[in-house]
Design a protein around this ligand. Sequence first.
Ligand code: NAD
Length: 525
Amino acid sequence: MTGIRAGRGQSARPPDEVASARSTDLAGPSAAAGPAWDYAPAPESREIASIAAEYGLFIGGEFGPAADGRQFPTINPATEQPLARVALAGVADTDRAVAAARHAYEQVWAPMPGAERAKYLYRIARILQERAREFAVLESLDNGKPIKESRDVDVPLAAAHFFYHAGWADKLEYAGLGGASGAGGADGAGRGTAPRPLGVAGQVIPWNFPLLMAAWKLAPALATGNTCVLKPAETTPLTALLLAEVCQQADLPPGVVNVLTGAGETGSALVSHPGVNKIAFTGSTEVGKEISRAVAGTGKRLTLELGGKAANVVFDDAPVDQAVEGIVNGIFFNQGHVCCAGSRLLVQESVADIVVERLKERLATLRLGDPLDKNTDIGAINSREQLDKISALSAAGEAEGAQRWSPPCRLPERGYWFPPTLFTGVSQSYRIAREEIFGPVLSVLTFRTPEEAVTKANNTPYGLSAGVWTEKGSRILWMAQRLRAGVVWANTYNRFDPASPFGGYRESGFGREGGRHGLAAYLDA
Ligand code: NAD
């Protein structure tokens, strides 16, 4: 097979993509003598995603410019090439979007029977499936994530969220949430009193799963009869805007979904708008705290999905190869830009050496480079700012005394890249063990007893997720009872399902997304 290490290989892609973002296999210890075979280029064509030069705001079912005409660029992080210019929403646009959402809520959406609302959600889900390749390519271009992840995870899960919530739209009185009075009594058929929607939901999302986070926010809000004003992240607005186009295609009544593009200032205008009844935020703990302060005392309902510093705990009886796959998935999936990433590996001392050795061997086989290549495992870091943050925290890890290791690898010349990185000899007090890095960087710590594992795992202000690897079912249950995390995965990691509630506590936020619990966040019940 033809090798595609940086500097070689053929591709039909545009020159800017080829020059700077070719996949590179990471030659590690096991590959020191050269790989036995190599990969041929397998680029997904970008032709299917037609990107306009400019994008407007989506308000009242129409796309249009910002009132003051401001715009900002969105770029391809794998090449640093601009993709498009996008409208920057200000206060006047926020007023207009909230008014459109209010009108749609009162006149159309809340009065509509649940079974009718469901039809729109099913339609959106089906269109997402029909246009899946287009969404996957656009997501990889705007975000930098590997196409195999946008194609196999982000887009199918986004469609699944709409399908799942469509099923709830006409069954809300069976969700066990009680009625507006809080009585909550169920009749003989398991039916409680019908819970009421809250009104207009202001929803602010991050850049790591741009389409999927939009689906997590919109689907439950719409199923429960609320209308939405969505604010995507400034570095990844394109798939939310394509989703707005899908809403048009599905004939969703104007104003039910509105999309305001912009940065923190736009998000802040939406959060503090008096016409909004509910704020749903996913993003950093720092901004989450700011939003909490802005919303306090206003009577607005609030859910916060914030950061994490999850422990992935490997016991000595765990099947090592399986655990290594779980560790890799836990921290290197989506370049580690995952709130629930298993960024702290806690491994039992007696197997630490073998686990770290196998991990290094496995990391040497990962392929970093062109996000549109179907063989790529590690894509680009989403922005210069995020790359700087990852670099600074990694430098702090070295300065504090941890041993840093990455497989030898040549990074593409342009774009934002960071090699998969492993720190051993990490102490709990180091910044890399305490702060969210939100990048492909794993800190390895050891423990001797289950009690010590629990103490170390819980030694964080966050509480979003955790992983446990052991053959013993009883130990899984023992650990799950003690780990202070919203989600605990056993012998797997990063599994998501729309029926399963997701969320954290402490500095990881509050409220749940998905499942019956996620519905409660949008209902007066
Ligand atoms: P961020 O907090 O900087 O930005 C998130 C969103 O908030 C963006 O749309 C941004 O424009 C907007 N924003 C910024 N300042 C604002 C303000 N003052 N008022 C209102 N909106 C504002 O976070 P990020 O860097 O985009 O995302 C990474 C963070 O998100 C990580 O900490 C990660 O853990 C977290 N995250 C959490 C979950 C979860 O479910 N818990 C999921 C994904 C990401």
